[in-house]
Write a protein that binds this ligand. Structure first.
Ligand SMILES: [Zn+2]
Length: 1112
């Protein structure tokens, strides 16, 4: 509604009686009345904001007048009827606008647009006089002069979602759109730089996702700031459930997160779950203000033009003091309030919960119900999802109190320390992308910079009073120091701000750069994370993360990266040990650069990419810090016990597959394979999994030797190596051992741990010398020169190794308990070997946790997965353990569940489980349950003709993190699926498919994560891996359940040559692999899985002493 278009005669300035009418195309929408030269034009000759129209009057034949506060416009229609139609529409739209503004209690002054981010005069090619230009929100407005700008009546505006800005020469720059190029020229180079920056920011804003905003704004009252009434507010307080404008949001932030948690509708995409959006539909500005603004004296209310001081005063009174709120009748009676809260959360009455909570009811009050001890649990039990959402966001909210307001001088609940620092810095224009390439010295300009009162400002020079630009400390999310010489200026650092921009600063002197870094960090890092400031950090900032016991909800924490340690500070929690990145068990990225997963032995941390720019910087820095830094031992990725991961991986593999291999460590492997394996392990040992069949024992053995031979500074170190060799001359055995022990004590920790691990390994290898022919002497001949990096002509080096193996127990102080472990381990290995040679046992079995029916602790089964085990065998094994009999038409199957994608895939009965386990991410697990749709799928397949299916489905591609502007959401597409490929057509009539995928490379999961808001609940998540191992992910949605079933059945049919269900299951049952209960819990491959899975597996192992084998 409210859209009008048509040809009218217009006289722009009816100053005299003799009007001259020109034919114009006139367009009316809810915001503007505009006229154009022709219907085809994109840019108007003039726009009049609807909000500035005070009256529309009919003035005789076919004519009407649009009256604004300052200027009148006369239009002539083709006929009286047409004229009347225009008047009616205009009046209606103007009235709607006025009532909206009344609702929000704040008249927009003269219809002026949003406060401009930048405004001023610019030359525009094609215009004689300079124009007044304003960059505001996601548009650039052109006005004839400053007076028109004040009145809000302009020439045209440019929607910047299609804009592109390019610098042309010293003062000139082009704003290019598909319809026209605007060639501007500024007064100075400096001015130009600022205009370009402002317009680029404007483009970024226009491109940022407005999907959430559109949905929130669907409710009328949410279209105006809850506090000042500005239109199109795109920020929100997610605990108060109010939608607010950018300027109010700035002041909200000052109140602290205990009062209001500020998020952007457009930039903080991750926050906006379906529940939260619903909550804003149910509470939102209308319900919230009925409570918070029940008694606002007109003299205290604020409006869009209010100053920031006025806003601050009002917001403190409104939310921190609760001065205007509607008091709940139970106010003051804590017990009654709490009781009422417990009752309210079980109903859908959110307004009541709001009133109770902000009048003093305790969000964590005792309910007296042991089953549901908190109001949150009560809400959950009653199925009140929105109540839960509301309570969760207000978990830490403070109750408003009048005395909280305090004096005007202390408006911030958590005042950031005020840091003052100033000096000259080199600076480049701000960027919306990572600094990709080296910036030459000429790309920096020297600026006078000051850091004062929480604002970093930069000036043309130290005599200027007006800054060229500023960055508020509270907007800074990350500060990163670059390595020296990264750019043309020797020392540089980057400042990242909340709205996805980054500033690059530089300095000649490293000390001065450090000084700036510390000062800036101090100005934005929350006082709770003060300890991070003392570190020699390369990167510091705030990020959203999940970890520890709270995996439901991401929280904000402060992070600092110093060397290879990642320090974490969480408000309100104890100090945490830093994560040693080189010792991580896993470091991976999930989704499309969305979550960084760090797995340590004791904890798992998920860092979320709330904003993309600083997150990408963190990911790169963490990956780099977690890799090996050089060729000495201590620079490698390490295990928990300080042994290089590379060494650990090789030893583990040889122990598992090569102890009895003849000539192990003496035979040389293939040179090329050794070289490439060593390179792979050196680059990132963490991600390398050595697998039997894929890697040869001798290649791995050779890799380990090569590593030690090439090691920087050697295992025995350059300093102490000669002393070890010298010790071999000692004749008295006891004296010699004593000297070895002394020397061992002088080695750095990592060298000592590595030497012990290696000698322990060789000790075990020689125990099998009967089979592998490698006794202590033979091993010493190989390892002596390798470890001492000598040519081997002299046996002294070999002697050291021989002594170390022979006197292993004494030299390394191995006690009885450890020795017992060793013996048990050897026994276990022998048993494994015997079992393997008798054909009943495969080496390299894998223990994993499988759930029965659903993921919960009681449903856990720890099961050993031999390489040959199929999904069907696994299913039977689990059912057997629980004594469940499979009845006919009980389609028990094994499913792979991906929690992050909220999707699952039934494994085909003949699929091998082990490779799937290896490929499972930390958020996936296996569960055995009935496949409910199998019967229907079998019936469908039996009844149809041919083996293909075609029809419409809704299609969505996974959004690329950096792919701004890519299409999102689900779109109708036509699909054809046959036994070889799946084809996508733009529409039914299309001849050529837009895309085509081979069926065998697709992995089809049932379900789509809710976050994507699929249009129906019958969807698939599809993964596609190309021959080059590139991964793609997309989503399909069907209209009905039957449709989904048919597509899925067709997929399964195509992928498995028609067999969906085994015809005769008894065969499998009879020949099923027999479990050896004694060895059932041994794993020689490090386990993967999420924290709880690991914990559970480890707990299971602890009951069996043989499992200690892993901890060598
Ligand atoms: Zn506002």
């Amino acid at each position: 509604p409210g859209l009008g278009g048509g040809i009218l005669g217009v006289t722009p300035f009816p100053s005299s009686m003799s009007y001259i009418y020109q034919k114009r195309w006139v367009k009316l929408d809810s915001d503007y009345l505009r006229y154009f030269d022709s219907e085809k034009d994109t840019y108007s000759k003039r726009f009049i904001p609807v909000s500035s129209i005070s009256r529309i009057a009919s003035i005789g034949d076919q004519k009407f007048e649009v009256i604004t506060n300052n200027r009148n416009f006369v239009f002539r229609a083709e006929s009286d009827a047409d004229r009347n139609e225009w008047i009616r529409t205009l009046q209606q739209i103007a009235e709607e606008r006025r009532s909206k503004e009344r609702l929000s209690m704040s008249p927009t002054a003269n219809g002026a647009a949003d406060p401009a981010d930048k405004s001023g005069f610019l030359e525009l090619r094609g215009f004689k006089h300079k124009l007044f230009v304003a960059v505001a929100g996601d548009k650039v407005f052109l006005y004839k002069n400053a007076e028109d700008y004040r009145l809000g009546i302009g020439i045209t505006y440019i929607e910047m979602n299609v804009g592109n800005v390019k610098e042309v020469d010293r003062r000139g720059f082009d704003l290019t759109t598909p319809y026209r190029i605007f060639s501007f020229s500024a007064d100075s180079e400096q001015e130009k730089e600022e205009w370009v920056e402002a317009m680029q920011q404007c483009i970024a804003e226009a491109l940022s996702n407005s999907e959430v905003a559109e949905r929130i704004w669907a409710v009328e009252s949410n279209r105006f700031c809850a506090d000042c009434g500005s239109p199109k507010p795109d920020w929100a307080s997610i605990n108060l459930c109010v939608v607010i404008c950018k300027r109010c949001a700035g002041e909200h932030r000052g109140l602290g997160p205990g009062i209001t948690k500020v998020r952007s509708l457009k930039m903080d995409r991750k926050v906006w779950t379906e529940e939260l959006i619903q909550l804003f539909h149910h509470i939102g500005n209308a319900v919230a203000n009925r409570f918070w603004a029940a008694n606002v004296p007109p003299s205290e209310a604020i409006a869009p033009p209010s100053s920031s001081q006025e806003r601050r005063r009002f917001l403190i009174a409104k939310y921190r003091e609760g001065k205007y709120r509607r008091y709940h009748p139970l106010f003051g009676n804590q017990e009654e309030l709490d009781r009422a809260l417990c009752a309210a959360v079980t109903t859908s009455d959110l307004a009541e919960t709001q009133a109770l909570l902000f009048c003093g009811a305790a969000v964590t009050c005792a309910t007296g119900d042991p089953q549901c001890p908190t109001p949150l649990a009560l809400a959950e039990k009653s199925g009140q999802r929105l109540q839960m959402e509301f309570l969760l966001h207000n978990k830490t909210s403070e109750t408003p109190r009048l005395e909280l307001g305090g004096s005007e001088d202390k408006p911030y609940s958590v005042p950031l320390p005020s840091v003052t620092h100033n000096g000259f810095l080199y600076k480049t224009p701000s960027m919306a992308k990572p600094v990709g390439e080296r910036k030459g010295q000429e790309e920096f300009s020297r600026r006078w910079c000051t850091l004062q009162d929480g604002v970093l400002s930069y000036y043309e020079n130290d005599r200027n009073a007006v800054p060229n630009g500023e960055v508020k400390a509270e907007e800074i999310v990350c500060l990163a120091s670059n390595p020296p010489h990264a750019h043309g200026i020797e020392n540089t650092f980057e400042v990242y701000i909340e709205s996805e921009r980054l500033y690059l600063f530089g300095l000649e002197s490293p000390d001065a750069a450090r000084e700036w870094l510390k000062s800036i960090a101090k100005s934005f890092v929350h006082p709770c994370a003060e300890e991070l400031l003392a570190l020699d950090f390369q990167r510091i900032g705030r990020l959203h993360y999940k970890g520890g016991l709270n995996l439901e909800r991401a929280e904000e924490g402060w992070f600092a990266l110093a060397g290879s340690a990642l320090h974490v500070c969480v408000p309100g929690s104890e100090r945490q040990e830093p994560l040693q990145l080189r010792k991580l068990q896993e470091l991976s990225i999930q989704g499309d650069n969305e979550v960084l997963v760090l797995v340590e032995r004791r904890r798992t941390l998920y860092i979320q990419g709330e904003r993309k720019l600083d997150f990408l910087g963190w990911v790169q820095a963490i990956q780099k810090a977690a890799g090996s830094a050089g060729d000495t031992l201590s620079e490698q990725q390490l295990t928990e016990s300080d042994v290089p991961l590379l060494v650990d991986r090789c030893i583990d593999y040889i122990t598992q597959c090569g102890l009895t291999s003849e000539g192990i460590y003496r035979k040389s492997g293939q040179n090329s394979k050794t070289t490439s394996l060593l390179e792979m392990l050196r680059r990132d040992a963490r991600s390398v999994r050595l697998k039997e069949g894929e890697h040869q024992v001798d290649d791995v053995a050779n890799t380990l030797k090569r590593f030690f031979r090439d090691l920087g500074d050697g295992l025995f170190t350059g300093r102490w190596g000669p002393d070890w060799l010298w010790a071999t001359a000692l004749e008295d055995e006891e004296e010699k051992i004593g000297e070895y022990r002394r020397l061992l004590g002088t080695l750095p920790t990592v060298n000592r741990a590595t030497l012990k691990a290696l000698i322990n390994h060789l000790f075990r290898v020689q125990l099998f010398s009967g089979e592998n022919q490698m006794n202590t002497h033979n091993l010493a001949i190989v390892f002596g020169p390798t470890l001492f990096q000598t040519d081997g002509k002299d046996y002294k080096a070999g002697r050291v190794v021989e002594d170390l193996i022979s006197h292993y127990v004494k030299i390394f102080n191995v006690n009885d308990q450890e020795m017992k472990k060793q013996q048990d381990e050897i026994m276990a290995i022998m048993k494994m070997r015997e079992a393997a040679s008798s054909g009943t046992q495969q080496a390299g079995d894998f223990i994993c946790t499988v759930y029965l029916e659903e993921k919960k602790t009681e449903a856990e089964q720890h099961i050993k997965i031999p390489a040959t085990m199929t999904a069907e065998e696994l299913t039977f094994e689990i059912l057997d353990r629980r004594k469940i009999v499979m009845k006919e038409k009980d389609y028990w199957s094994c499913f792979e569940v991906n929690e992050r994608e909220e999707a699952e895939r039934p494994l085909h009965y003949s699929e091998k489980v082990l490779p799937i386990l290896h490929s499972l991410g930390t958020e996936s697990y296996l569960v055995v349950k009935k496949q409910m749709s199998m019967e229907n799928m079998l019936v469908y397949l039996a009844s149809r003709v041919g083996d293909c299916k075609h029809g419409m489905m809704k299609f969505r591609e996974e959004r690329n993190l950096l792919g701004l502007g890519l299409s999102t959401g689900f779109h109708d597409r036509y699909f054809i699926l046959n036994h070889t490929c799946l084809r996508l057509y733009k529409e039914v009539r299309s001849h050529k498919p837009e895309k085509e995928w081979p069926v065998r490379n697709l992995k089809v999961y049932l379900g789509i994560k809710r976050k994507l808001r699929p249009p129906t609940c019958w969807g698939f998540t599809v993964f596609y891996e190309t021959e080059k191992h590139e991964k793609q992910q997309w989503y399909l949605c069907c209209d009905t359940q039957a449709d989904l079933r048919e597509w899925f059945a067709t997929f399964l049919h195509a992928q498995n040559g028609g067999a969906l269900w085994p015809s005769e299951t008894s065969k499998v049952r009879a020949s099923r692999w027999q479990q050896d209960s004694r060895l059932g819990n041994i794993s020689l491959i490090p386990l993967r899985g999420n924290e709880s899975e690991m914990r559970n597996s480890v707990a299971a192992f602890a009951t069996d002493p043989l499992t200690l084998l892993r901890n060598v």
